[in-house]
Every structure is written in C-alpha cells, then in structure tokens.
Design a binder for this molecule. Structure first.
Ligand code: GLP
Length: 254
C-alpha cells in the first residue's frame, strides 16, 4: 500500500489523475472502476482537462461504476448515472456502449447483480478502481458489517449515510433506503485501487482503513489485503495517521 499525502484536494486530485493517465496511456483499453461523491470530483475535472489539453484518449476505455440508488431511474437528477454524465462522461470521448452502472430500477435486482459481475469478468476484470471512503469506513455502499468477501448486491444504507446524502434530496422521504453496490470482494479483485479522501471528517476512517485492524466494522480496512493500492489523501484526512508516508508517487520507480 502506497499512502501519498498531499497538501489539499487539488493536489490530491492531480496526483490521482497522474496515476490514472499513466495507466490509460499504457493500456488504451483500460477497464476503469469509477466512484461518485465529492472525493473524485477534482480527479474527474483533471482528467477532463487532460483530455482537452493533452489529448488523453478514453475512446477504448470500459467503465464500471461502484453503485447506484435503488428506485432512481438513470435520468433522475440525483442518480449516480446523472452524476457521472454531469461530472465526467459528457466531457470526455468515452464510448457510451462501454459505460456500465448498476441500474437502480432493475426489476430483478439479484439477476441484474449477477449480470453486472459477469460483465466485469467478461471484460477481463477491473484494471484500476477509484474509491472514496465514507466517514463510517464504507466503500461504495458496503456499510460497516458488510461481508469482506461480498459481491454485487442490494444493501440497506446506514442512517448516517442517508443523513450525509440528505442535502441532495428535497425531503427525507426521498432519500433512497437501498442501493445496488459492488461488494468488497468485487472491489478487491480490481488489479489496482486508488482510494481518495480529503478533510478532517475522513481522518478517523482513513486511520481505521490504513492502520486499523482488518474488520468488517470498517470495510475499507480490507484494502490492507490488496496487493496494489494507492491511498491518496490530503493532510487533513491524513491527520490521524501515525506512520511515515510519501508525498508523491514516483512513476519511474523500477
Ligand atoms: C457515498 C458513495 C461512496 C463514496 C462515499 C463518500 O455513499 N456511495 O462511493 O465514496 O459516499 O462520499 P464523499 O466522497 O462525498 O465523501
């Protein structure tokens, strides 16, 4: 695990974008796992800039998003489909045929989840997975208590997670209670992982994920078992860490 501590959200985002762009240039048909939330916003903005100014090419990339709210159709403004279109897909040359997100309105959610897993496998697995982290240590919508071997499935959202998302919905009744999410086991099969976090609000979760015991009480702690993880955080999110960590990633390191 390579922990990289940057000064702020901007620098964190640029560092993460360097890693993504490096992998994409090496493998134009990269299979990219994507996340929603505020944490990857700067990364997406930087990837869009690289696409526009440096010709970073997404035309052969396949994407798989981590999760989606159950009940929200793709055109709902608070759906993760809409989020991804707004913050990334509509600004880059990704082929819509290669874009995958869980479908919150799937009639048979169990069958849908199985197909989603199969589609990932058919594409050769995820090369690089972007992750945020919830203040309670969740990754995607794998709330504390989620099996560390779990696969794509429906999950009930924690009360704190629903509260954290309350601002996006007009009334509390509208906040979805369930989500379809890749499992911890699904995420762990990605060949590489980049976990992003900024702000003091994430410090405890980052400490538990990086230095705490591996436990279902903090699903993000499972990254300690992964062979190739970059934890890219700002100083505030890193403020609980006691180890000595890096301030950059050396792309030329042998
Ligand atoms: C949501 C998402 C996660 C995300 C997390 C943190 O619940 N399902 O994928 O990582 O919250 O969000 P943020 O980056 O906005 O703090």
């Amino acid at each position: 695990m390579l922990v990289i501590v940057k000064d702020n959200h901007d620098d964190m985002s640029k560092e993460a974008a360097r890693i993504v762009a490096d992998r994409l240039r090496a493998k134009p048909n990269l299979v990219l796992g994507l996340a929603t939330g505020s944490s990857p916003l700067g990364l997406y903005a930087e990837l869009i800039r690289m696409h526009r100014e440096e010709g970073l090419d997404f035309s052969k990339v396949t994407t798989f998003n981590l999760d989606e709210y159950v009940g929200l159709p793709p055109e709902h403004v608070q759906s993760y489909h809409a989020f991804m279109n707004k913050h990334l897909f509509s600004h880059i040359n990704v082929d819509p045929r290669y874009v995958h997100l869980p479908l919150g309105t799937a009639k048979d959610i169990g069958a849908f989840c199985q197909c989603y897993e199969q589609r990932i496998a058919d594409c050769g697995g995820i090369d690089l997975q972007i992750l945020g982290i919830g203040a309670n240590g969740h990754i995607a919508f794998n709330e504390p208590g989620s099996s560390l071997g779990s696969r794509t499935r429906i999950k009930t959202l924690a009360g704190t997670t629903r509260l954290a998302n309350a601002g996006f919905f007009k009334s509390s009744d509208e906040i979805p209670k369930y989500a379809i999410t890749m499992g911890v086991g699904t995420i762990m099969e990605a060949k590489e992982i980049v976990l992003l976090a900024t702000g003091f609000g994430k410090a405890e979760a980052v400490k538990a994920a990086v230095e705490g015991p591996i436990t279902a009480s903090c699903p993000a702690s499972m990254i300690q078992m992964h062979r190739q993880v970059f934890v890219v955080v700002d100083r505030d999110a890193a403020s609980g860490l006691t180890g000595l960590y890096n301030d950059t990633w050396d792309s030329d390191a042998p």
